[in-house]
Write a protein that binds this ligand. Structure first.
Ligand SMILES: Nc1nc2c(ncn2[C@@H]2O[C@H](COP(=O)(O)OP(=O)(O)OP(=O)(O)O)[C@@H](O)[C@H]2O)c(=O)[nH]1
Ligand SMILES: [Mg+2]
Length: 468
C-alpha cells in the first residue's frame, strides 16, 4: 500500500499513531551522569504525571521524584514537557532526566509502561516526526547520519541534509515534473481549449532541464554516500618498496609487518585513519613483480592488490626514490584517472633525495608526487597535508548525507526521464511522455517520503537507535 504523507494517519508496524504513547531511553545504555527517557504520544502527559506527580509548565524544567506503580520512589530528576506540535515528534512529548543508572532507567521505563506507555522500537520517534510532517525522509535519515558521523566532513553533510536542502531540491524537481505533466495532460485532454497552448511546450528541452537538475542532485548525494562509506586508499608498488612502512607511518600503528625480505605482505592489510576530515580505510597490499618470480601465494596477493587498486578512491603507487615507475605502475597510475593518484618516492633517507610534495607529475594531470622517508619521517607531514587536500576535494562541494537508496531512486528517475525525453522527441506520443514523467516523479517522491509504503519505512527506521 502506498501512503501520501499529507494523508498522515497510517503508521508502519501495525500501530495506530493516533492513540499510542511510546517511551524509550534516549541516552546510550550504561552508566553515566544523566540518562534521558523520552515519552511521546497523545497520552504522554497523563502517563508521566502518574510517575512524577503534577507536571511543570511547558518548556520549564522542574525536579520531581519518579515513582513506581506501587508508589515507591525509584529515582529523581528533571521533567521537561514539550507539548504538541512543537516537539521533535510533533506529539506531546515529555523528557525525564534521571540518573544515568541502568537500574533506575529500567525501573522508570517499567513505571511508564505500567502507566500506559509502551516501549518504542528503533527509530520510532523519528518515524512519528516524519508521519506528522515535522521532517521529510531525507531529514529523518540525516538524523541517523549525524548520530553516526565520525568526522567533520560527515557531520557537515549530515547537517546540510538535516536542515532540509536535499529534500527541498528533490521536491522542487518533483514539482517541476508535476507542472510538465499538467501541461502535457491539458494538451491531451483539451487540445482545442483556448487556455491551452496550441502546441505542447518544447517538452524535450524541459525534460533535459530536469535531467540536468537531477544529475546535480545525484552528484551531491553520491558525494555524501562516499563520505559515509569512507575513503578507500590503496598502496601499491613493487616488493620491498616500503608500502607497509608507509601504512604504519601514516596510521601511527604497527599494523603491517615490515621486513627486508621482498614479498612480506601477501594479504591486503587494512587500517582505519582520518584523512582530510574523512574516515578512510588504508589498504596495504602485496608487492607487484613479474609473475615468473612469484610463488602461488604471492600471485594471489598480487591479484588482490590489483583489485584493491581498481576500486580505490585514491591510489598511492610507492617506488623507491632511486627508481622510476615500471610500465605496469605507469598504467596503474593512468587507469586511476580521473580519481586522484600519488606517486610516492620512498626511502629518501637512503638515497639522499630531497623530501617534498609536488602538485604536478609527468605521469598525468590527476597524479601528484611525494618524496618521503617512513623511517626518518622526512616529507611525511607534506604527504599527509597533500592527502588531506585530495580527500577533501574527492568529497565534492556541498555533499548531502545520503544513502544508497537515494542514489537508486535518482537513477530510477533519470532512467524514466530518458524515456520521457525519447518519447517527447519522436512523433510526440504525449501519453507516453506523461506516463514516464509520472514514474520519474514517483521515484523522486520515495526520496523525500512524499510517496511511501510500509516496507520502505520499516527498512529505513529499523536501522535507527532505540530512543531516536
Ligand atoms: N632507509 C629506509 N628504509 C626503509 C624505509 N621504508 C621501508 N624501509 C625498509 O625497506 C624494507 C621493506 O619495507 P616494507 O615496508 O616491508 O616494504 P613493502 O613494500 O611492504 O614490502 P613487501 O610487503 O615485501 O612488498 C624494510 O627493511 C624496511 O625497513 C625508509 O623510509 N627508509
Ligand atoms: Mg609489505
Amino acid at each position: 500500500m502506498v501512503h501520501h504523507a499529507s494523508g498522515g494517519a497510517a503508521l508502519g508496524r501495525g500501530v495506530d499513531a493516533a492513540t499510542d504513547t511510546i517511551c524509550a531511553e534516549a541516552t546510550p545504555p550504561g552508566q553515566g551522569g544523566v540518562a534521558v527517557v523520552r515519552v511521546s504520544g497523545p497520552g504522554a502527559l497523563g502517563v508521566v504525571a502518574q510517575v512524577t506527580g503534577p507536571l511543570p509548565p511547558a518548556r520549564r524544567a522542574a525536579l520531581r521524584a519518579f515513582r513506581s506503580a506501587g508508589g515507591e520512589c525509584i529515582d529523581q530528576g528533571l521533567v521537561l514537557v514539550l507539548p504538541a506540535p512543537g516537539s521533535y515528534t510533533g506529539e506531546d512529548t515529555v523528557e525525564l532526566q534521571g540518573h544515568g543508572s541502568p537500574a533506575a532507567v529500567a525501573a522508570t521505563l517499567d513505571a511508564l509502561c505500567a502507566a500506559g506507555a509502551r516501549r518504542a522500537g528503533p527509530g520510532e520517534f523519528s518515524e512519528r516526526a516524519f508521519l506528522n510532517g515535522r521532517i521529510d525522509l531525507t531529514q529523518a535519515e540525516a538524523v541517523a547520519a549525524l548520530i553516526e558521523a565520525e568526522t567533520e566532513g560527515a557531520r557537515r553533510a549530515a547537517l546540510r541534509s538535516l536542515e532540509g536542502s536535499f529534500g527541498r531540491e528533490v521536491q522542487a524537481a518533483a514539482d517541476r515534473l508535476v507542472e510538465l505533466r499538467a501541461l502535457v495532460e491539458a494538451f491531451l485532454d483539451f487540445p482545442e481549449d483556448e487556455d491551452v497552448p496550441a502546441a505542447p511546450p518544447d517538452l524535450a528541452a524541459e525534460v533535459a532541464g530536469v535531467v540536468t537538475t537531477v544529475r546535480e542532485i545525484r552528484r551531491r548525494a553520491e558525494a555524501g554516500v562516499r563520505l559515509g562509506e569512507g575513503l578507500r586508499v590503496a598502496l601499491l608498488g613493487p616488493p620491498n618498496a616500503g608500502k607497509s612502512s608507509l601504512l604504519n607511518a601514516l596510521t601511527g600503528q604497527e599494523a603491517a609487518i615490515v621486513s627486508a625480505t621482498p614479498g612480506t605482505t601477501r594479504d591486503v592489510v587494512s587500517q582505519r585513519a582520518v584523512i582530510g576530515a574523512r574516515q578512510a580505510e588504508l589498504l596495504d597490499t602485496a608487492g607487484l613483480r613479474d609473475a615468473g618470480e612469484q610463488d602461488e601465494i604471492e600471485q594471489e596477493g598480487a591479484r588482490r592488490a590489483r583489485a584493491s587498486a581498481a576500486d580505490a578512491d585514491l591510489l598511492l603507487v610507492v617506488v623507491e626514490a632511486g627508481q622510476e615507475p615500471t610500465p605496469e605502475q605507469q598504467s596503474l597510475l593512468a587507469e586511476q584517472a580521473p580519481r586522484p593518484a600519488v606517486l610516492v618516492r620512498s626511502k629518501v633517507d637512503a638515497y639522499g633525495a630531497a623530501p617534498g610534495w609536488q602538485a604536478r607529475s609527468a605521469w598525468g594531470g590527476h597524479v601528484r608526487e611525494a618524496a618521503v622517508s617512513a623511517v626518518t619521517g622526512a616529507g611525511m607531514e607534506a604527504l599527509r597535508d597533500g592527502l588531506d587536500e585530495l580527500a577533501a576535494a574527492d568529497a565534492g562541494e556541498g555533499a548531502w548525507a545520503a544513502r544508497q537508496r537515494h542514489l537508486e531512486a535518482l537513477d530510477g528517475a533519470l532512467a524514466e526521464l530518458a524515456q520521457a525525453a525519447q518519447a517527447a522527441q519522436g512523433d510526440a506520443h504525449e501519453e507516453l511522455v506523461a506516463e514516464a514523467l509520472r514514474r520519474a516523479q514517483g521515484q523522486l517522491g520515495e526520496i523525500t517520503g512524499q510517496v511511501h509504503h510500509e516496507a520502505l519505512l520499516e527498512r529505513i527506521f529499523s536501522s535507527f537507535c532505540i530512543g531516536k
